[in-house]
Design a protein around this ligand. Structure first.
Ligand code: N01
Length: 537
């Protein structure tokens, strides 16, 4: 036995990650009187907002909803500067929360959990870290995020590149100065679309390597007025309730009618108003954009027209025009993204037409030509939903690993997206098959954290030692999730939701599409029926 094993620490709960979910989980568990340790790989709080520091990074959910609502005092004392604040302001908020609730003493920074094995004999999770620590815990709770494992594409020759390269999801802390440089950005998802206009302002020349064009709608970001912020604070309780009951954890909901119910003139008016107000207004304007192919195409065509109107060069405009369904990849909001292609110093390369063949010491070589670059930015996204869980060697009963049980993502099965059979006393915050990324994340996180802490409180009050999802309940939940997803257009689009962005990853759609409010009701009902579908021992 090594010296570190001799000093095995015993805790009631271990939580992974000090982002929105891990921090609130810690807060709730401490309220219950549980000894809790949070492990965080970074040297500060914030989760994705700690790592995603690329130019132009900001949230795409409106800030007054993109925050905690559990504490009225916190809600009212924090003032957001604008509708979509930049990453530093969001990170500042999360640091403020950590300070206000004195969370840091129970967070161990710069420490990554490498394995968590359930020991049946002692009914404890045995957890190891990359710093050689051993800790045991009754409850093992993951708050590792849904899109936090960066995907750097395996392109031949990256090691030979003589310039600097970056991934948007692991951006350096110090400012990266692109002034006078020839910069290449690979990827045009949310991260690419946010960073491209900012990098273009600095670079001598920016070449964007696009595989699939994306729909994007103007964010119409603006500063908040004191009157608006006062109105929000005055309506705190009502807003919290509206968010909890809504489909996506926002104050607003989907429109009440089908897009096909409107005349062409009325539809155009609604879409134009949505375009002018910006953000996700268009996505939420009707109730069937994600299920109705014909209706989806009407919106898609409206946005395609806007792209053609905005981009001066018709050839570039055509390359930027998407042909897939609208909204079935994460809907993107931007600030002058399409306008950026009218700049003299920006060019677009379609790498579907002429695929990237290799990275050379000087830049990128496609099937057509070599592009000389001084710096390279990968805005190539993440191994979503399961990537961060699979990085940890998690093993449940009979030493079965989570990755094995879930067939490396091909057979992901959970009960309520919170638990999985064979892994007792383990909870996944915003795990696969919960609404998570289809909703406003802080709202969906609050619901999970509150459900888990209420559950643990119940277990303690009832002298129950073990809670574990029943295989039957799990099977039914996963089947229900799949049926709902298959009734939408989401599953017909290649995206990180479906795992299509990661080569070799099995295709699926491990997200509950039935809406956040209805999901919340299901979870509450399960609890009110004595945790139906779980075995409590
Ligand atoms: O990643 P993405 P992201 N060669 O997967 C391309 C959240 N987020 O970081 O579409 C060439 O969406 C890929 O092409 P294709 C948000 O939920 C939120 O932008 O797969 N290209 C695509 O264009 C978001 O959805 C905010 O054909 C390659 C791009 O890279 C999620 O994070 C801000 C390639 C990846 O797009 C992920 O967004 C940022 C290759 N080998 C992110 N591999 C907020 O606003 C991939 N691509 C809160």
């Amino acid at each position: 036995m090594s010296a570190s094993q001799e000093h095995e620490t015993e805790m009631d709960a271990v939580v992974l990650g000090a982002g929105f979910s891990g921090m609130y989980m810690l807060y709730r568990l401490r309220e219950l009187g549980l000894s809790t340790r949070v492990y965080e790989a970074a040297d500060g709080v914030g989760g994705v907002w700690y790592w995603n520091r690329y130019p132009g990074a900001r949230c795409d959910s409106e800030s007054v909803y993109y925050n905690y609502t559990f504490s009225e005092e916190l809600f009212k004392e924090w003032s957001w500067s604008s509708r979509y604040p930049e990453q530093p302001e969001i990170l500042q908020y999360l640091n403020y929360v950590a300070d206000k609730f004195e969370l840091r003493p129970d967070i161990q920074f710069s420490t990554r959990v490498t394995s968590a094995h359930y020991d049946e004999e002692s009914n404890r999770w045995k957890i190891q870290t990359d710093t050689g620590e051993h800790v045991t815990a009754k409850y093992f709770i993951t708050g590792v995020g849904c899109i936090s494992t960066a995907n750097v594409p395996n392109i031949k020759g990256l090691d030979s590149f003589e310039g600097d390269w970056y991934h948007t999801g692991y951006w350096p802390h110090e400012k990266v100065d692109f002034t006078g440089k020839r910069v290449g950005v690979v990827g045009t998802g949310s991260s690419g679309i946010q960073s491209i206009p900012e990098i273009a302002k600095e670079a001598a020349h920016l070449t964007v390597f696009q595989r699939t064009p994306q729909y994007s709608v103007p964010a119409r970001n603006h500063s908040y007025t004191t009157e608006f912020l006062n109105e929000v604070n005055d309506n705190y309780s009502e807003i919290r309730k509206q968010m909890q009951e809504s489909m996506a954890g926002m104050r607003f909901n989907f429109g009440e009618r089908s897009i096909l119910d409107d005349t062409p003139e009325e539809r155009r008016r609604v879409l134009q108003e949505g375009w002018d107000r910006g953000g996700w207004e268009i996505l939420f304007a009707y109730n069937d954009l994600i299920t109705n192919e014909e209706g989806n195409d009407l919106v898609a065509e409206f946005i395609r027209e806007k792209i053609r109107e905005t981009v001066d060069d018709p050839e570039t405009a055509e390359k930027l025009t998407p042909s897939n369904y609208y909204g079935t990849k994460r809907a993107i909001v931007d600030t002058e993204y399409f306008e950026t292609y009218n700049r003299e110093n920006v060019s677009l390369v379609d790498v579907k037409e002429a695929p990237i063949q290799e990275i050379t010491s000087n830049g990128i070589r496609t099937a057509d030509e070599e592009y000389e670059l001084d710096a390279l930015v990968f805005a190539t996204g993440f191994d979503g939903m399961t990537g961060s869980l699979f990085k940890i060697d998690i093993r449940g009963r009979e030493n079965v690993s989570l990755k094995e049980k879930w067939g490396n993502g091909a057979k992901t099965k959970t009960y309520l997206g919170l638990t999985t059979a064979g892994f007792p006393n383990m909870f996944m915050l915003t795990g696969p098959e919960s609404p998570s990324v289809l909703g406003n994340m802080p709202a969906t996180i609050e619901q999970h954290v509150e459900w888990v802490s209420d559950c643990i409180e119940h277990l303690r009050n009832s002298n129950v030692d073990v809670i574990e999802a029943d295989a039957k309940a799990e099977k039914e939940w996963s089947k229900h999730c799949k049926e709902l997803a298959d009734s939408t257009l989401y599953t017909k689009t290649d995206s990180w939701y479906t795992g299509a962005n990661i080569s070799g990853k099995a295709r699926g759609f491990p997200i509950y599409v039935g809406g956040y409010g209805p999901y919340r009701e299901i979870c509450d009902e399960v609890a009110s029926k004595g945790y139906e579908g779980f075995s409590l021992i």
